[in-house]
Design a protein around this ligand. Structure first.
Ligand code: NAD
Length: 488
């Protein structure tokens, strides 16, 4: 789409600074035009029904699977992540797309509901209709997996989508939209708008039926304020400060491996990455030694890429410096770990709980490890956070119990981040991590409008909702309800 102003921006390779591509900065008028086009496309897409949509979504899935390495190269060029990690996010995204398309009918199609005794002459049912046009605003850290968590489910539910990818990964967004257009060429069901925050704000106020935002909590608040102007509903998938708990009976090698992967993979730029670890005092020393041993073998630039967003380097440096100035110790990395583009793995211990490294999202390859007297203390400290996205528990005997007590949207037991790959599970947070759910049946329903229908099958012997209602009927109903519920 050509812009009215002709203004453009460049996406850069964060490992080298080289220009990867040039993209238009779309204006509010252009965003509104895209939403108007989407409205017509949405009607056609909805009219296809579950089967017609599933067929086209399967074609798109096939293209994504066949051309994984091509798309992976665009991901690597724009984020700097290694090819294997780009493939991993694609594999997960494809699994979610398959699940959403396959299960949409079962989750959203007509379902019978019990009408209750008093209205037993009615047939009650509910079905979930598409909202219409959904706006999706994405981040850059998983530029396929994350936005597709909304896009796949919104499309499967019968909506058209206007997608604004992060200004750091517009090329990935363009690739996705173009490949979808090849699978469903008839109408612009999935469109792309590119630009900075202003383009995102324009999409938020363009009259979409729902706005799915994934990004930082700070931006999420702005999105919600803008959406309030038009009473547009929002899903906010924001950041996290995810804890990992290690119980006294945990498999320490597995827990250390999960800590290192959860904290350092993707250079720590994972919303549900491991940022804080609470370890039972009985296994603390042994666990820390294992983490240090594993962390020392991880190389920035080999096992993970650069910081995608240069401004994040300052945040990571500030958190490390604050932790060290307040009595924390770096067992790996620390001062000097933050380079010009890459950050070396950093393992911090003895960090006071009120330090920024423990309270705020670092979004870098750092982790704090703290000793706790028991798992009650671990739960208390883990839950003492403004965020509530994901969490991990390592425990042989108490995994389920501890998971239930963690105030996060999802918890993985004895493996890192496993919930993110299970398409049938909902994903989302609370507090500063946002609200609403993507993935799973909840994710499909997030992009649908429940439609309740009560169909009268025969005239009721007792007419309640008519002026013809008699005193006798009233007395009868009164007695009936007293008998039914009065003993409770
Ligand atoms: P960000 O908040 O800076 O930007 C996200 C998107 O919002 C971008 O596309 C940006 O252009 C757009 N935007 C900026 N200002 C806007 C405005 N006023 N109105 C509308 N849109 C606006 O986030 P980021 O740096 O791209 O991503 C990193 C953050 O995303 C981290 O906090 C991370 O934890 C979070 N994240 C969360 C999830 C999740 O599912 N919960 C997944 C991935 C990333």
């Amino acid at each position: 789409m050509a812009t009215l102003t002709g203004e453009t921006f460049e996406s850069l390779n964060p490992a080298t600074g080289a220009v990867v591509g040039t993209y238009p900065v779309h204006t509010a008028e252009e965003v509104e035009a895209a939403v108007a086009k989407a409205r017509a496309a949405a009607q056609w897409w909805a009219s296809l029904g579950f089967a017609g949509r599933a067929e086209r979504l399967a074609r798109w899935r096939g293209a994504l699977a066949r051309r994984m390495s091509e798309l992976g190269e665009v991901i690597t060029a724009e984020t700097g992540k290694p090819a294997g990690d780009a493939q991993l996010e694609l594999v997960l995204a494809i699994e979610h797309l398959a699940w959403a398309a396959k299960h949409a009918r079962k989750v959203l199609g007509p379902q019978r509901r019990a009408p209750g005794l008093l209205l037993s002459n009615q047939a009650a049912s509910v079905e979930y209709h598409p909202l219409g046009v959904v706006g999706v605003i994405g981040p850059w850290n998983y530029p396929v997996y994350t936005p597709l968590g909304s896009i796949s489910y919104a499309l499967a539910a019968g909506n058209a989508v206007v997608f604004k990818p992060s200004e750091y990964t517009p090329g990935v967004g363009k690739w996705l939209v173009e490949s979808f257009a090849e699978a469903a060429p008839e109408h612009p069901v999935l469109q792309l708008v590119t630009g900075f925050g202003e383009t995102g704000a324009a999409l938020t106020r363009a009259g979409v039926d729902k706005l799915a935002f994934t990004g930082s909590a700070a931006t999420g608040k702005k999105v919600m304020a803008t959406a309030a102007e038009t009473l547009t509903p929002v899903v906010i998938e924001a950041g996290g400060k995810d804890p990992l708990l290690v119980d006294a009976d945990a498999d320490l090698d597995a827990a250390a491996d999960a800590t290192v992967w959860g904290a350092f993979s993707n250079a720590g730029q994972t919303c549900a990455g491991v940022e804080r670890v609470y370890v039972h005092e009985r296994v603390y020393d042994a666990f820390v030694a294992k983490v240090v041993d594993k962390a020392e073998r991880i190389e920035a630039g080999e096992h993970y890429g650069p910081m995608t967003m240069p401004s994040q380097l300052d945040v990571v440096r500030r958190h490390i410096e604050d932790a060290l100035a307040r009595g924390g110790r770096a067992l790996v990395g620390g001062n000097g770990a933050v380079g010009e583009r890459f950050v070396r793995p950093t393992v911090l211990v003895d960090v006071p709980e009120d330090c920024s490294a423990v309270r705020e999202e670092t979004f870098g390859p750092t982790v704090t490890i703290a000793k706790v007297a028991d798992m009650d203390e671990a739960i208390e400290k883990a839950n003492d956070s403004p965020y509530g996205l994901g969490s991990t528990v390592f425990s042989k005997s108490r995994g389920m119990e501890l998971a239930r007590r963690l105030r996060t949207g999802q918890t993985a037991i004895n493996a890192p981040l496993s919930f993110a790959g299970i398409a049938s599970l909902p994903f989302g947070g609370s507090g500063e991590s946002g609200f609403g759910r993507i993935h799973g049946p909840e994710g499909l329903r997030e992009f649908a409008r429940p439609k309740a229908i009560a169909r009268q099958r025969f005239t009721a012997p007792i007419a309640l909702t008519s002026f013809a209602r008699s005193k006798k009927t009233e007395a009868l109903v009164g007695k009936l309800v007293a008998k039914l519920h009065g003993k409770s």
